[in-house]
Design a protein around this ligand. Sequence first.
Ligand code: GAP
Length: 511
Amino acid sequence: MAQKEDNLKDIISHAKEYGFVFPSSEIYDGLSATYDYGQLGSELKNNIKQYWWKSMVQMHENIVGIDAAIFMHPSVWKASGHVDAFNDPLIDNKDSKKRYRADVLIEDHIEKYRAKINKDVAKGLKRFGDDFNKEEFLKTNPNVLRNQAKIDEIEARMKETLTNEDLEGVYNLIMDLGIACPVSGSKNWTEVRQFNLMFSTELGSVSGESAKIYLRPETAQGIFVNFLNVQKSGRMKIPFGIAQIGKAFRNEIVARQFIFRMREFEQMEMQFFVRPGEEMKWYEYWKDQRINWHKKIGLGEENYRFHDHVKLAHYANAAADIEFNFPMGFKELEGIHSRTDFDLKQHQEHSGKKLQYFDPEINENYVPYVVETSIGLDRMFLAVLSSSYKTEQLENGSERSVLSLPAALAPYKVAVMPLTRKDGLPEKAREILASLKFDFNCQYDEKDSPGKRYRRQDAIGTPYCVMVDHQTLEDNTVTIRDRDTMLQERVSIQELNALIGEKVSMKNLLM
Ligand code: GAP
């Protein structure tokens, strides 16, 4: 784990050095847990958004996208349950003065038992090789069974206490498990308290309760309140989805681990409206669709796992996370939730407006059920960045830092370089750049030796470098270098566009 955390430090400094992510307001010493995306970060982020939007909205006939306002009528948050129930249980350590989410302390404790099971599995695999039967081992090995029983027991107590809002019970669980503060090592805890995560502000110049509005803590509510607008204006037929990408804000108790948990972040959410009673079928469908979306990016299938929620949110009847193997270990990347008809019914009640759908196939009016997929864009960014970052030893003894980003997501697709700054090579290189830039985000680089320039492009994840040399002037060919293999191939300038286009196309991820 220590090595993985060092790896996170390296990623943070690489992200800053090359213009991906900067601490926000850095010249004023920064603002805790807020970050700015730099010139390359915003390109990468836009490409991730595009990949999500293309696959979720444009490639589904029955899904459309909207862009709702961040500010919403205060009644929205009363109706959605966020004013009363969007709380995290917090606990302070009296010695370190550090504040924690009580449920996260318990989950981290559970993770230790999971790590023990994984270690036993790894040992078994090493000992028995291909003959190792993991499923059988998990069912019969006494150590595994003991650790699994411990996990089940803790999860059951956690679920019961959190569901019943039994804060004393949560405190007792932490004490019974002997959980110590990771900073001070002490078990000198305060009681557990509930903390509402919504940021509020005042509308206009009038202050007071009536003017209090909230920064949205999820984008989903902008979709729910527009359900009928979209359904009617788009003549949508159930089942159909509404998608949205946008900012969300939460006053997180512990915001840390770089862009993993921030107070201002971006979500990519889709609400899928279905016939009541069919929600579990669609819940399974979307779990399947979403995990496939992730696997197609090529960050390694072993880096994903599902985790069923122990405590369901106030609106859900089933929920699972897709967890990713971040530098800090497996953590939530995306949630898939079966939200029942909770939200639409609540808005119907609080607004007094009917939010129903007439289903011509069964000749019935009903409030649809909803299955949602919700992914944090910043977490997706971190997943892509962290799993692409590598330092490699080269044959000549030197080292290179490389971001092996999926080509379709890379900020620059191609760098065009003249071998030298004379003999008309820069002019020729600029000519090539001019023809490529309609289709690809390109960079021109003529400074330093070719080796140094290649290293710079490797470090920012540019999949292809085109070198213009003296032969180019004779026969209109260039070399094209592949970031990952570092191999160079000579091709004619005429072929370049099609060649690069095929390799960096988002189609490769979408098919
Ligand atoms: N509408 C449902 C919803 O908001 P959630 O599990 O609370 O569900 C969905 O959030 C996703 O948003 C998470 O899986 C995570 O990727 C992202 N997310 C949540 N809180 C975040 C934070 N503080 N910083 C960055 N991303 C966050």
